[in-house]
Design a protein. Structure first.
Length: 166
């Protein structure tokens, strides 16, 4: 049961993050003006973080342990936002598929899955709310596109997740 929940979360994160990263790579290649526009989009994540924090404060009123959980979840949400900003900068630096694969594998397997597992663990029966809000935070871009340079990325990513979950 827990594997199915984690797999579902991972799938949603992959669906949200990969197109955004591909968009970031493509945008970065278009020059400084486009890159600044992308930075502005990343800054636009802040209202999502504020909405998430507000929603978590509302949830706090119904749970005696929520104050501690709220602080921890807010901390991890801020870390996720920072990780997205760092990811944007890192992707801008990489120019080969193999470097990108190594970075992507590390970043997702070590950082994002750990952060989302912590949020999931704290959210408990509020899993759907947590997943929805985390998905909002992760979606810098909602556009769905395929990566022509690396057509097997989804199979590769899912293999990595299955390995982590086994």
């Amino acid at each position: 049961m827990i594997e199915e929940v984690i797999t579902s979360i991972v799938t949603e994160l992959i669906k949200a993050l990969i197109p955004a990263l591909i968009k970031i790579i493509r945008t970065a290649k278009q020059g400084r003006k486009e890159w600044q526009r992308l930075k502005d989009k990343l800054e636009s994540i802040q209202p999502y973080v504020e909405q998430i924090e507000e929603q978590l404060r509302k949830l706090q009123r119904h749970d005696p342990d929520a104050e501690h959980n709220l602080k921890m979840v807010e901390k991890w949400l801020r870390e996720l936002k920072e990780a997205l900003e760092v990811a944007t900068d890192e992707v801008h630096k990489f120019n080969t598929t193999s470097k990108f694969k190594r970075w992507f594998n590390y970043q997702l397997s070590e950082s994002f899955i750990a952060q989302n597992n912590k949020i999931t663990e704290l959210a408990g029966d509020r899993l759907n709310i947590s997943l929805h809000l985390t998905g909002m935070l992760m979606q810098v871009e909602q556009a769905r596109c395929k990566c022509e340079e690396w057509p097997g990325w989804i199979e590769w990513a899912l293999q990595g997740w299955r390995h982590l979950l086994s």
